[in-house]
Design a protein around this ligand. Structure first.
Ligand SMILES: [Zn+2]
Length: 173
């Protein structure tokens, strides 16, 4: 069954034939992060796909994965192209290296999971933390509930982690 939902006033749809994404977001709706593990080479993958990007095997199973990592790259958006985000600028789009499977299968690989910077309750973060986060910041996953069977994985500052003294940021005005 497909999912049709509304997030910040914009429509989100997952087609009924998109089994991988339905399963992925259903796990998120239960506030549990799961990824597919290849049945042949055992590597995890992200985003959800029908076949393993490294060995092409179509066999996989969903396994729980810890939602912790560090910021690999970020974009700070001041002018929202999508009107749904206009009221939330400035906001951050984060690409986060998970601790799990970092450096595999090669030293440059990682499971890099995209999400916005959020408050601990899953709502988009206010301006103060948006200014404080940069490359190297330790983050943990939280979820934004959207609809039954659909929550979005987001990132919030990991309050319990040791943080870099000065995460890398673009030079500020
Ligand atoms: Zn594989």
């Amino acid at each position: 069954m497909s999912i049709k939902a509304d997030y910040l006033g914009m429509p989100l749809t997952i087609d009924e034939f998109d089994g991988e994404n339905l399963a992925y977001f259903r796990h998120c709706a239960g506030h549990a992060f799961h990824l597919q593990q290849c049945g042949a080479c055992n590597l995890l993958r992200y985003p959800p796909t029908t076949a393993c990007p490294w060995c092409m095997s179509p066999q996989s199973k969903w396994v729980p994965v810890e939602g912790k990592g560090e910021v690999h790259a970020y974009t700070e958006v001041h002018h929202a192209i999508q009107p749904a985000f206009k009221a939330h600028t400035p906001y951050l789009v984060l690409l986060v290296d998970l601790d799990t499977q970092k450096g595999k299968p090669s030293q440059h690989d990682a499971l890099r999971v995209v999400g916005n910077l959020a408050a601990p309750d899953g709502t988009l973060a206010p301006p103060e933390p948006v200014k404080a986060v940069g490359i190297g910041t330790r983050v943990r996953m939280v979820f934004s509930d959207v609809a039954p069977g659909l929550a979005l994985p987001q990132w919030t500052i990991d309050e319990d982690a040791a943080q870099p003294a000065k995460p890398w940021r673009y030079p500020q005005e």
